[in-house]
Ligand binder design. Sequence first.
Ligand SMILES: [Zn+2]
Length: 279
Amino acid sequence: MGGDPAGEGSFRGRVRRAVTLPPPAPGARPAAHAWRPARFLVIAAHPDDAEFGPAATAAAWIDGGSVGRLVCCTSGDQGGEDPDLDPLALAATREEEQRRAAAIVGYDEVVFLHQPDGALANELPLRELLVREIRRFRPDAVLTHDPEVLFYAGAGVNHADHRAAGIAAVDAVFPAARNPMAFPGLARAGLAPHRVRRVYLFWPNAPTAWVDVTATAERKVAALRCHASQVGDPDELGGRIRAWLAEEGEPIGATAAEAFRVIVIDDDPDEGPHEPAQE
Ligand SMILES: [Zn+2]
């Protein structure tokens, strides 16, 4: 094998041309985000994050012909109010709820990494697990928590597990997944380096892209209702989610949208301009 099998040059200290999609110009209405990955991987901290997160986008892309897969870093074993509850029993319940929700969205597989809920850490073992899943599935895009959000712009603190999952996913995407010398046991086991071209960060404070999910908003609501151990009154939930999607749809004039901060790592010459057209 040559000295530069991935065509990357040296990884050490290399600064790459990664761009964040710019926010829309003041006063301009952005168009709905139109790019669709052929394959995408959602990396979430807990069962239900992917449904509160990008479920309607995932459903819309899958309806459009994409293949999507979901990785849950934890099984949500601290997601209860009762200290006498058996954490393993709760984890089993939450995995089952997540599988049902994932079936509604249309993912091809759900992978549970069984990391400790409430104690997720961006350390090398987690990064290796994520690189393994990225190289196994070979997605064009990875969707994950915006790791830079400590406090939500509206209100509240972003859970430490969400921040840890987000930064671990970003570190797994770049450079580890594409670097043949990172976790060399993976390459020896047949999992070749893989370049993820884009990262979509959900629940951002500063979104740069809005996906029109008018056609799949009810799939998101139905998937969320599968998480019966976590969500309360289903009617209240549906109303809350529809109102949230409507609010996120306002910038693009859509009935419902999900907002992302998009990082383009590698442009493909065949995919056209990546910046959404301004009206
Ligand atoms: Zn969560």
